[in-house]
Every structure is written in C-alpha cells, then in structure tokens.
Write a protein that binds this ligand. Structure first.
Ligand code: SAH
Length: 243
C-alpha cells in the first residue's frame, strides 16, 4: 500500500526505505504500551495513519519533495514529536532533509535516539526540551524551513509553539480534523500576533485516510515578537486571544 500510494503522490521509495519505515513502525507499536507512544494498535491502521499521513505532508509542503540538488540544507523541525510522528517517516522518505525532533518527555527522546541509532538515520537529531524554551535559543529561533506539529494542541497553541521557529516566508504545518471553522477563528489573533498569516486547510483526499483529516498551513510573514512564546505551559493553558 505505502509504496503504491507514495508513487501516486510522485514520491519514489526504494526497497530499503520501505523496509525501514516498517521496521520503525514495528518498534513503535512494540514500545507503545511502555511509554505511550501512540494510541494506535493495529499495524494496518498504523501504516495508514502514521506512515502515510506523515509522508503525505508533501501535499501541503511541496518543497520537501523537490530534487535532492535543490534541497541542500532544507531544515525541518517536528515540535512535540512523541514517538517520531511525523518527523521520522519524513526523514526516512526524504533523506536529503535535515530533521530535528523536539520532545518534552525524556523517555520518548530515549526511544527516538534508539531509533536514530538502530536505523543509522544520519539526517535526524532528537532534542529533549520544551518548545517554549528552545524557541528562545538563537540557533533555533527563525531557523527552520518547515515546522510540523501533530497532536500537540489547538491551532492557537500550536501557532505560539511553532511559528517562532519558522524562517520568514516558510510555513508551519499542523495535522487536524474537519470541521475547523471555530478553531481557525479562535486562532486568528494568535497567528497574526506571532507573525503568521494566511492559514489554509488542505484535505488529504486520499482513500486510505479518514475524509476529515487535513493539513493546516500557516505562512510566516513577519518576525515573531521577542516576548513569544511565553513561558512553559502558558501557550496551552492560556492560548493567545483578543481581550
Ligand atoms: N506528534 C506525535 C505526538 C503527539 S502527543 C504524534 O502525532 O503521534 C504530543 C506530544 O507533544 C507529547 O509527547 C508531549 O510530550 C509533547 N509536547 C507537548 N507540549 C510540548 C512542548 N511545549 N514542547 C515540546 N514537546 C511538547
């Protein structure tokens, strides 16, 4: 399924990449009970919702798929990566992209480092920390070409956690379910306050994925003001809203 569907999306996966993707998934499902890496148990469902959905990020971020020559140095950050979704499948499918995984829970970072070592993923770095802290570190702020964030919170929260990491002119990608009207409306103030604009919804429209699953992209148009993100916990507890 994976190879055929990816080919239809113009992504060529060789045998070794498909093997690695499945080996990673097996490890993730094996360890899931121990450290709560994913709620999904069924391997076929995991293949669709974790591997395919991650790789299908290209539908909203076509830069990922460009020829390796054009892509030298493309940097992707996955905020709140958990067990590595979508960052690890993206790193395996697009080995020319430098992927940084950010995760707040130490045990999950240990798992990610084990995955990186086991599969010799040279283009992946796993970092232990909180987005609220790392976004104020000069070498990470406004440093990434694509920032992904899946399952971490509402769009307003996600905008505060992820937009500070985006370079100007690039975008953040969030994984969501329709309908999103209220959530988009509630995030509108946060997106603008953080230097973002033009949120867009791209449904996956793939027969293997639930019809309501979609990608939300937000363009980074201006520099994020220095005070954001606020201190750890606030973006989730008190999302930015007009008062
Ligand atoms: N992206 C993964 C995991 C989603 S669960 C997936 O889709 O399967 C959300 C993860 O984000 C958790 O592992 C949690 O520890 C992490 N997280 C939540 N807030 C965070 C923050 N502020 N900084 C870094 N990681 C965070």
């Amino acid at each position: 399924m994976l190879r055929t569907r990816c080919a239809a999306l113009s992504i060529t996966l060789d045998f070794k990449q498909v093997q690695r993707l499945h080996a990673y998934l097996e490890l993730l499902l094996q360890q899931r009970g121990r450290i709560n890496l994913t709620g999904i148990r069924d391997p076929a469902q995991a293949e669709r919702l974790l591997l395919l959905e991650s790789i299908a990020t290209v539908l909203a971020a076509p830069r990922l798929r460009a020829a390796p020559g054009d892509n030298t140095g493309l940097r992707l950050l996955d905020v709140g990566t958990g067990g590595g979704i979508p960052g690890i499948p993206l790193a395996i499918a697009f080995p020319h992209v430098a992927v940084t995984l950010l995760e707040a829970t130490r045990k999950k970072v240990d798992f990610l480092q084990h995955v990186v070592a086991s599969f010799a993923l040279e283009n992946v770095t796993a970092l232990w920390g909180r987005a609220e802290d790392l976004a104020h570190v000069a070498e990470h702020r406004a440093h990434y070409d694509v920032v992904t964030v899946r399952g971490v919170g509402s769009l307003a929260t996600v905008a505060e956690l992820a937009l500070p990491f985006c370079k100007r002119g690039v975008m953040l990608v969030a994984y969501k379910s329709l309908p999103l009207d209220t959530e988009l409306q509630e995030a509108s103030h946060a997106i603008h306050a953080l230097g973002g604009r033009n949120p867009r919804v791209t449904p996956f429209n793939l027969p293997e994925l639930p019809a309501q699953h979609c990608l939300v992209t937000v363009e980074k148009s201006t520099v994020t003001p220095e005070q954001y993100p606020r201190r750890a916990g606030l973006p989730a507890r008190r999302p930015l809203a007009k008062r």
